[in-house]
Design a protein around this ligand. Structure first.
Ligand code: ZN
Length: 140
């Protein structure tokens, strides 16, 4: 795995949280994106090398809505950049980790993503992500 690509934060209301994080980080949100596969609307911020992803549920029973019901707003996941998401998923499966999706899914920010079950990772939801334009022909 490479660097932490971003940290995902679950929020109730992007229209309140975007200006809050703009003030906090002293930088403008550079992108918002609807991710239909996850029923979330996302907003991205960049601070130096790091990215923050805010996530708001677009449906009342979506994963982010359920997370906030249970735990409140806050850090939802940590995403690691990987060179080859297929190989990394294979490696982690062999190591005994539970993948939440068997094939990579389309995520926000032009990425292929896969999540690991937090029960096997000390309660931390881990996301693997690979930039789509770094996908080799062999993988497609
Ligand atoms: Zn993420």
């Amino acid at each position: 795995m490479n660097k932490i690509e971003h940290i995902g934060i679950a929020v109730k209301d992007l229209s309140a949280s975007i200006p809050l994080f703009e003030k906090l980080l002293n930088t403008s949100c550079y992108k918002t994106e609807l991710v239909n596969s996850e029923n979330v609307k996302t907003a991205f911020f960049k601070t130096g090398e790091n990215k923050i992803e805010l996530l708001e549920s677009t449906v009342t029973d979506g994963v982010i809505a359920k997370y906030i019901d249970k735990k409140g707003e806050g850090i939802h996941h940590i995403a690691f950049d990987v060179n080859d998401i297929y190989a990394e998923m294979e490696r982690l499966k062999k190591e005994g980790f539970t993948l939440l999706n068997e094939t990579p899914k389309n995520g926000a920010d032009n990425k292929l993503v896969c999540f690991l079950h937090p029960k096997g990772t000390n309660g931390v939801l881990i996301e693997l992500c690979q930039e789509k334009n770094k996908i080799t022909d062999l993988q497609i």
